[in-house]
Design a protein around this ligand. Structure first.
Ligand code: NAG
Length: 230
């Protein structure tokens, strides 16, 4: 008798739960099949309650299994993206020299590329210290910064702190400071550009321009990947 009452209570409890369950769209096939249970429920309430409980548990288990699978798949996808981001990190920052005394590069008879020999960081090895070239390891939006400095040596001498920042030999920015009032001066630029994997970023020293640097690092060239694109 006690068992019978218990199962009847379960039946009531699950009928209520089923109503919530259907309203919140958890399950899909509820309505029609349960209509067929009703004759059984009027003749044998005990087995009806038990059967409904089992069905409800199965449905909940399916729901939890599906949710778990969905979350697991999302976690895997997120991990893959995170690993891609980690493996394509790119940041470099270099200075012209690390000399104890002010050392100048140029002016030269021909156009040359500036080779920055002092490396602060070269994450991803995109910067080649032997050529001074930065090669974008992957396509993406990059921030590039350049500061140039020069010292004419004497107040009346001409000053020509000037370079061109180039991507694949095309000038994208040309910071310069030329005048004869100052003995020394500097100029800076910061740009954000979209680079393709393999694009080459260089700093070009035109004829007549010259840069001076020491371990204070007045001349720096830096860049980093903001985010990758396909
Ligand atoms: C839920 O997942 C478990 C573990 O994989 C499995 O044993 C069980 O049969 C699944 N249940 C349903 C209703 O799919």
């Amino acid at each position: 008798m006690k068992a019978f009452i218990f199962l009847c209570l379960l039946h009531v409890a699950f009928s209520m739960a089923r109503a919530d369950y259907t309203n919140s769209n958890w399950g899909s096939s509820s309505g029609s099949s349960e209509k067929q249970d009703e004759p059984v429920c009027t003749t044998d309430q005990a087995s009806c309650g038990c059967c409904l409980m089992q069905r409800q548990m199965h449905r909940m288990e399916t729901f939890f299994n599906e949710t778990f699978k969905y979350l697991e798949e999302n976690l895997m996808r997120t991990r893959t993206i995170l690993n891609n981001v980690r493996s394509s990190r790119s940041a470099f920052s270099v200075a012209l020299t690390n000399a104890n005394t002010l050392t100048c590069t140029g002016p030269f008879r021909d156009d040359t590329f500036v080779r920055y020999s002092h490396v602060f960081i070269n994450l991803g090895n995109g910067y080649d210290v032997s050529t001074g070239f930065f090669t974008a390891p992957r396509s993406g939006v990059y921030s590039l910064a350049l500061t140039v400095y020069s010292d004419a040596g004497a107040p009346a001498s001409s000053l020509a702190a000037c370079v061109n920042l180039q991507v694949n030999n095309v000038v994208v920015a040309g910071p310069q400071e030329r005048n004869q009032q100052d003995q020394e001066d500097s100029a800076s630029i910061v740009i954000v550009v979209h680079l393709q994997a393999g694009d080459i970023v260089t700093v070009h020293l035109p004829i007549g321009c010259f840069l001076c640097d020491d371990k204070s690092h007045y001349n720096t060239f830096s860049g980093y990947l903001l985010y990758g694109t396909e």
